[in-house]
Design a protein around this ligand. Structure first.
Ligand SMILES: Nc1ncnc2c1ncn2[C@@H]1O[C@H](COP(=O)(O)OP(=O)(O)OP(=O)(O)O)[C@@H](O)[C@H]1O
Ligand SMILES: [Mg+2]
Length: 237
């Protein structure tokens, strides 16, 4: 059975790309396809440092405009939410188009990893958000959260939102925020509030290629129907 995992977060700049790169790195040598369909603040001149550029590097692949276009078809220069960026740049994108691109690009692959853009409910167009992409694909979400003050409310709000739409959750990754926070106590709280969800910690990492130092996250790819709110099979890819 093929597996799809959607890497989302409780906000922006939390650690989705770090987690996605870690998965991409850990899945080298497999047929895993890693996509970043929508990216804001993308400048071709600094493509290597963009989210899709980092994903390619983490996989040991060369960064080129062609390679980036293949995994990130909607690239906006303006560093704002996708709906605003699209409007400002005279373009349009819908949840259905994003879901269709990911499903088609990942057809026949054993594993498909997709990084969202911004937080779980980052707007795409009109009333559509990334939740609507998930409502179509039904891929389990891996929720990346921080360790800053206030993260618990953001975390529980995101999980509650996914559950309200009947969407499966694979687990939570806490990527330690700049300035730390009491990670051990936060994890204790999450484990007691959401005992059914697996949680993993990515400590604050320094240096080049931090994704290579992230603990094994491929555990989240294992079919864990008990950790899914709605144990419906993810869309076959
Ligand atoms: N655990 C960590 N250790 C060190 N740096 C981190 C960690 N988590 C996140 N960062 C850094 O914080 C910044 C934001 O992280 P990242 O780009 O992964 O966020 P994101 O959720 O993908 O953001 P976006 O919504 O823009 O896609 C990056 O510079 C990243 O390297
Ligand atoms: Mg990112």
């Amino acid at each position: 059975m093929s597996r799809g995992l959607f890497v989302t977060s409780s906000g922006t700049e939390i650690g989705k790309t770090l987690v996605t790169c870690a998965l991409a790195h850990q899945l080298r040598g497999t047929d895993a396809l890693v996509l970043k369909p929508v990216v804001s603040g993308y400048e071709p001149e600094t493509a290597a440092g963009s989210d899709p550029g980092l994903i390619l590097t983490a996989q040991g692949k060369a960064v080129s405009e062609t390679a980036i276009a293949a995994i990130a078809p909607w690239r906006f220069r303006t560093p704002v939410a996708p709906d605003v960026a699209a409007r400002l740049e005279g373009r349009a994108v819908t949840a259905a188009e994003i879901a269709a691109f990911c499903a088609s690009a990942g057809a026949g692959r054993e594993t498909l990893i997709v990084e969202g853009a911004g937080g779980l409910m980052a707007p795409i167009a009109g009333r559509e958000t990334f939740l609507d992409v998930l409502a179509i694909t039904r891929w389990p979400s891996l929720l990346v959260v921080g360790s800053y003050l206030g993260t618990l409310s953001h975390t529980y709000t995101a999980i509650e939102t996914l559950r309200a739409r009947g969407l499966p959750v694979a687990g939570i990754v806490m990527s330690e925020s700049e300035g730390g926070g009491n990670v051990a106590e936060l994890i204790r709280s999450i484990a007691s509030f959401l005992p059914e969800l697996p949680v993993c910690v990515v400590p604050r990492l320094a240096g080049a290629e931090p994704w290579a130092k992230v603990p094994d996250l491929t555990q989240f790819l294992v079919d864990k129907s008990s950790s899914c709110v709605a144990p419906k099979a993810p869309v076959e890819i």
